[in-house]
Design a protein. Structure first.
Length: 213
């Protein structure tokens, strides 16, 4: 269930203009991002907060099975710390109708994939299937990618082996750990999407309370 407070939020023009696609540092005290994910360094359950019309809405989320990391590597199961741009929304047009949003959208097809092969010149990029290098299939039988938001991690430019396919996608099995992405419930995703726009950012940071306990 969503938990709301009345904390106001303002994203400045300078914030929106920052290039957050590179490997950003952990800015634990920086709450100016549109979305803030807080989780323990060594656990997979956290919270995701976003701000809408002066209200702060907090929901549950899952992160990577290996927790958070300052040194994300391909296949390590961790979620990268830092602040990153939200690039675009991908969705299954055969399964849901996307709410109106100012963030770019792209309908998925059975030929959509994502390269996770460090040897691939198109590493950490969307690819058209079939593809000769190792890749992830975005058109899935389950519902994990019925709607996902592409997080601009390690993509400006992509550096081989530092991690790929970091998304905000749908959770499964009561917030099961991911392979490095952030996962939330479908209803929460559909509530969040209309608040996003070009320049929206996500901050992934340590939960200071869990670290102190």
């Amino acid at each position: 269930m969503n938990r709301e407070t009345s904390t106001p939020h303002h994203l400045t023009d300078n914030d929106a203009d920052d290039d957050a696609g590179d490997l950003a540092p952990d800015l634990a005290a920086d709450l100016t991002a549109d979305i803030v994910v807080r989780a323990p360094m060594d656990g997979h359950l956290g919270t995701l907060t976003w701000h809408n019309q002066g209200r702060s809405i907090e929901i549950n989320c899952a992160i990577g099975a290996a927790g958070l990391s300052h040194e994300k590597r391909e296949g390590d199961g961790s979620t990268p710390l830092g602040r990153f741009a939200l690039r675009q929304i991908w969705f299954r047009p055969d399964r849901l109708r996307l709410p109106e949003t100012a963030l770019p959208q792209r309908a998925l097809t059975p030929n959509d994939g994502w390269s996770d092969d460090p040897e691939d010149p198109k590493y950490n990029q969307a690819v058209h299937l079939p593809h000769p290098f190792n890749h992830e299939i975005l058109w899935r039988d389950d519902h994990l990618y019925d709607v996902l938001i592409e997080i601009g991690y390690n993509d400006a430019p992509a550096r081989a082996g530092l991690g790929s396919a970091i998304f905000l996608h749908l959770q499964k099995n009561n917030y099961q750990a991911t392979r490095g992405c952030v996962a939330i419930d479908l209803d929460d995703m559909l509530t969040l999407i209309p608040t996003l726009r070009v320049g929206s950012q996500i901050q992934i940071t340590r939960d200071q309370l869990s670290q102190a306990s």
